[in-house]
Structures are given as C-alpha cells and as structure tokens.
Design a protein around this ligand. Sequence first.
Ligand SMILES: N[C@@H](CCC(=O)N[C@@H](CS)C(=O)NCC(=O)O)C(=O)O
Length: 205
Amino acid sequence: MLVIWGRNNSINVQKVLWCCEEMAIEYKRIDAGAAFGVVNTPEYRHLNPNGLVPTIDDDGFVLWESNAVIRYLAAKHAGSLWPDDLRIRASADRWMDWQQTAFWPAIRPLFMGLIRTAPDKRDPRVMEESRLKTADVLGILDSHLASRAYAAGYAFTIGDIPLGCAIWRWIAMPIERPALPNVQRWFDALALRPAYKAVVMLPLT
Ligand SMILES: N[C@@H](CCC(=O)N[C@@H](CS)C(=O)NCC(=O)O)C(=O)O
C-alpha cells in the first residue's frame, strides 16, 4: 500500500491526500514533521534528505516534492485528473508551478505570521505586505478563471489541487480580501468536492 509521511495540516501533504482521495487510492499516512518530529531521523533523511514532508513510498518507489508526487499518482492512475490532451496537461502543470513560485511565496509570510506565530512575535508590516502581494497575484488567477471553470479549462484536474490547497488558507484566514468573483466561483465549486472538504477545508493550524 502507498505510504505517505506528513502531518495533515501541511499544505504540501494535503495536496497528496486530496489527490489520493479524489482517485480513491488507498494509503497509509504516518504523522511526521513539525511537532511530530520524525523528519530528522536518519531513517527519514535516507528517504528524503531535505527533512521535509511529504514523502511517499509506493511499493518501494520513494518520492518527495509534493507536485511531483501528485503528477506521479495522477499519471499512474490515469484518470481525468491527468488529461491526455498535452495542452490541457501543460496548462495544469503551469498552474501547479505558479502555486509554488508565485502564490505560495506571496501568502506564506501572512499565513506563518497569523497562524503559526504567537501574537507578540508577529511582524504586522511583513504580514500586511504579504496580504497585499497575495491580493495582487490572485488578480492574475481571477482573470484566468474569468473564461474557464477550472485552472486548466472546463474540467477539474491536478492543476487545481495545489491552488485549491493554497486558496483555502486565503479564504479561511480572518483577513480583509478584495472581491475576486472568479476565484470565489471556482472555490465554491471546489468546496462541493467531498475530498476537498475532508482533507483541505480543515481549521488552519
Ligand atoms: N517543495 C516541497 C516543500 C515541502 C515543505 O516545505 N514541507 C513543509 C510542510 S508544508 C515541511 O516539511 N516543513 C517542516 C516540517 O513540517 O517539519 C514540496 O512541495 O513538497
């Protein structure tokens, strides 16, 4: 059986769990990371020298980097999450990369400040800069979604998974948000998916 190491409040672990739930892949999850430790043991470092989560072991094949993991799982189980059409697939890939290189770097300081830092240790200036930057980058996603239901077109694909994990953080944080009607419509559609509700739409911790 597929084994997934990682605490279930991690955005990158949630990508993998959501992907598995969507495709009804059986897995066993082992808590690791942050308060659970594990990631600094020699055994774990042997699997993942970065000491980060998630890591998977699929019948002896060890893989880390959350986006690579969900690409692998979607390709292996070859369903609608991983479309045959190369252009749709490339578009999904593009938004997965964009989540890691534009969206997450923008929102991370705000998320870490508000959710993972004690109030007396927060830097309000850094958090406000992060909020503004995130609103700015989400304008790009909002324009993109003006003419399509999902990241890569009319259907839900793995391209929506990293974005959907990050947008939950934006929606669930008690912050001021500009109106982004297309992002909101897309989020409302994600929120109807049982797998998203089960593993992503959890209280932020
Ligand atoms: N690029 C990596 C980043 C992995 C990463 O930063 N994971 C975080 C959790 S979201 C982590 O392991 N933090 C340290 C810890 O939990 O101990 C991926 O996408 O898998």
